[in-house]
Write a protein that binds this ligand. Sequence first.
Ligand code: F6P
Length: 455
Amino acid sequence: MSRPVVLASNRGPVSFTVGDGGELQTTRGGGGLITVVGRALSGTDALWIAAALSDGDRAAAERGVIEAEGYRVHTIVVDDLASYYDVISNSTLWFLHHGLFDAARRPRFDRAWRAAWESYRRVNETYARALALDAPEGAAVLVQDYHLSLVPGALRALRPDLRVVHFHHTPFGGPDALRMLPTDVATELLSGLAAATACGFHDQRWASAFEASCRELIEVTPTTFVSPAGADAEDIRSVAASPACASRLESLDERVGDRKLIVRVDRIELSKNIARGFLAYDDLLREHPEWRERVVFGAFVYPSREGLAEYLAYRQEVEGLIARINEEWATPGWTPILYDARDDFPRSVAALRRYDVLLVNPVRDGLNLVAKEGPMVNERDGVLALSRESGVAGELGRVALELNPFDVAGTADVLHRALSMDAGERARHAAAVRERAEARTPDDWFADQLAAAET
Ligand code: F6P
């Protein structure tokens, strides 16, 4: 059966600005969610509901449904964005699901946090009301991510005719993590999600963690499904073929010369484990002097969530570490780490074309699209060094060089092994990784969401 589709997410596919003459201007949004969902929804009748995150988005909200950049978008104004987004979504739920809390100090669920939870609940209710008004009879409503955990429960009460699918693009914390939350909050969170027709995850580990949390904490058996997202090969290859990417590659080539290149492409994000990646490289240079001056580590990262103190502190820590390592090992003609923290997608794709080793070492990750995008555009039979804690390890782990993201010495050994592979081994490795990376498309993921709506 083909149902009308409405999608809800925190960040929308388009961001709005108000021009000098008061007219609305649009820019296509970035981020992993758009990569996964964008192609399937673009040019269709599907409606996309997202939070108004800027003044331009708030101006757009007054105009109802807007057709922009191939999408039908309705931005909604939410109450107390900082509490909902910064305090609960990013400082609490993101940390909980990625196992990032430093339990000796955080979390602290004080009265101010309680007030923020009320805001989170109100924003979720605002979404549910907007969806209840906008969704056609019997529609499939696809709710994305941890920002909107309470929407399925709230929407079910308003519109029992809808099929509500919830999908986490993050990992999911198991019962021990959920037990950190105040009991009533954990119950509300899990019950809100479990009210969905089905809850989806990129990897079986996260689905099982959610099921176990529901069983142990609320004695409910939810319906789940597993659907790893596919990267958009056509899109990334068209960026790779663009003049902008060619000029970035040229300047990268000038800097790297004929040395080997280790690359990472990430948001500056705690879960990405950027610091341990550099510590492993430091260890590699110490343990294997033969690599000194023969390898460069290119870190092509971009700022994220800079409203949060933890993210700013993490960035400082990473930059301090880079300075220390460069100071220790640099020689007159060689800088061991190239660090570029500009938000420049063609630059990141140029680095993916050029890598000899792609380091993807998150402490935990819902999926990790870079691990799929890199092999799609790489031109040097590059080696994928992949964290076993990333969701994508379920698909690529058997062919990639797997690493334990906490094991700095072990990661250095994996980098050494990757750099030491001969041409034949690299070619076989790269072909196997590419085949697996391309096995699923964004359309496959979208079809799974629609199928889950029928469960
Ligand atoms: O689930 C992870 C996610 O929401 C991705 O879709 C996105 O790439 C990332 O987090 C960015 O988050 P934010 O919208 O907070 O910048």
